[in-house]
Design a protein around this ligand. Structure first.
Ligand code: LMR
Length: 314
């Protein structure tokens, strides 16, 4: 009988998202988890690991979490999810986090390069599109092995608001949010369907515009509610859906910040577009047909991303 090796998942950052990531990874039996943070947070990661491991007996999960402050424990990870960094506070933009989170990313990316150069790496830290750009440049990982998480999160928010407005099951909502993870992201209203019926036939224009606005400001709405941090349940689930597609070679089409090389008229920047994620990492980049106003909205979103990325000093 051939024995398959249990997968290893490195979670960099033991905060709220990191803890949720560890829990979901174990509950889905995706692999053993290394929950990493800096020495000052040793108690936090060791505590979360022990707490989750004790929970594993309740439902019989066989994957284990290790809390660690040593990069050697992360070595050889199949997937790495980065949540290390500082969340914004009410009144701040994601771009306000650039300097502080870039400092952290420099160290994280260099360690990934040294200890886990074959991993599929998903970045969750903000400002997302700039952080994933820095991550890939510093780590020098192959471009198809590095992605940013936000498209799944933004699309999930959009779908939720649509389902809520219609009083319908979210299972029947098909939608896609393109672009950067910022206030001018592009929910593709015209492409959205509910049970196969175009959303534009189900809701009036003013309601559609309100949903688009709420989606664009979805992160800030939660920052305003939490006051001392940002969203952590939905971001964790979103990143896990990408990790799962890679680990199980599901080949799901998920919106992710991927390195574009000419697609959408963009070259050398990470930007939120639909991609196929399988055992090969980003296996395909898809380019849906856009009309002129969708193209213009996407260009606006790209210019915001470009401005932040161009200011990154590696
Ligand atoms: C989110 O969208 O929830 C995250 O990017 C966190 C934030 O600051 O909005």
């Amino acid at each position: 009988m051939t024995q398959t090796r249990k997968k290893k998942i490195g979670l960099i950052g033991g905060g709220q998202i990191g803890g949720n990531l560890a829990l979901i990874a174990v509950q889905k039996s995706l692999g053993d988890v290394m929950l990493f943070d800096i020495p000052a947070a040793e108690g936090l990661v060791k505590g979360k690991a022990l707490d989750i491991n004790q929970l594993s007996a309740v439902d019989g999960y066989d994957c284990r979490v290790t809390g660690t402050t040593d990069w050697k424990d992360v070595a050889g990870s199949d997937v790495i999810i980065i949540t290390a960094g500082v969340p914004r506070k009410p009144g701040m933009s994601r771009e306000d986090l650039l300097d502080i989170n870039l400092k952290i990313m420099r160290d994280v990316a260099a360690n990934i390069k040294q200890h886990a150069p074959n991993a599929f790496v998903i970045n969750v830290a903000n400002p997302l599109d700039a952080m994933v750009f820095a991550l890939q440049k510093i780590s020098e990982l192959p471009k198809h092995m590095v992605v940013g998480m936000a498209g799944v999160l933004d699309t999930s928010r959009f779908k939720f608001f649509v389902a809520e407005a219609l009083g319908s099951s979210i299972r029947d909502v098909e939608a896609l949010v393109l672009g950067g993870h910022g206030d001018d992201m592009v929910p593709l209203v015209r492409h959205t369907t509910v049970g196969g019926v175009p959303l534009t036939e189900l809701l009036p224009q003013d309601k559609l515009e309100a949903i688009v606005k709420r989606t664009r400001e979805g992160g800030a709405e939660l920052v305003g509610l939490y006051k001392t941090g940002s969203a952590y349940f939905a971001p964790a689930s979103s990143a896990i859906s990408m990790a799962e597609s890679f680990l199980l070679d599901r080949k799901r089409i998920l919106p992710a910040a991927a390195l574009l090389e000419g697609q959408y008229g963009i070259n050398g920047y990470f930007f939120g577009v639909p991609v196929q994620i399988g055992a090969g990492g980003v296996e395909k980049i898809l380019t849906p047909q856009l009309n002129d106003s969708e193209k213009a909205a996407l260009e606006k979103s790209f210019q915001s991303v470009k401005k932040t990325v161009d200011s990154v000093k590696l």
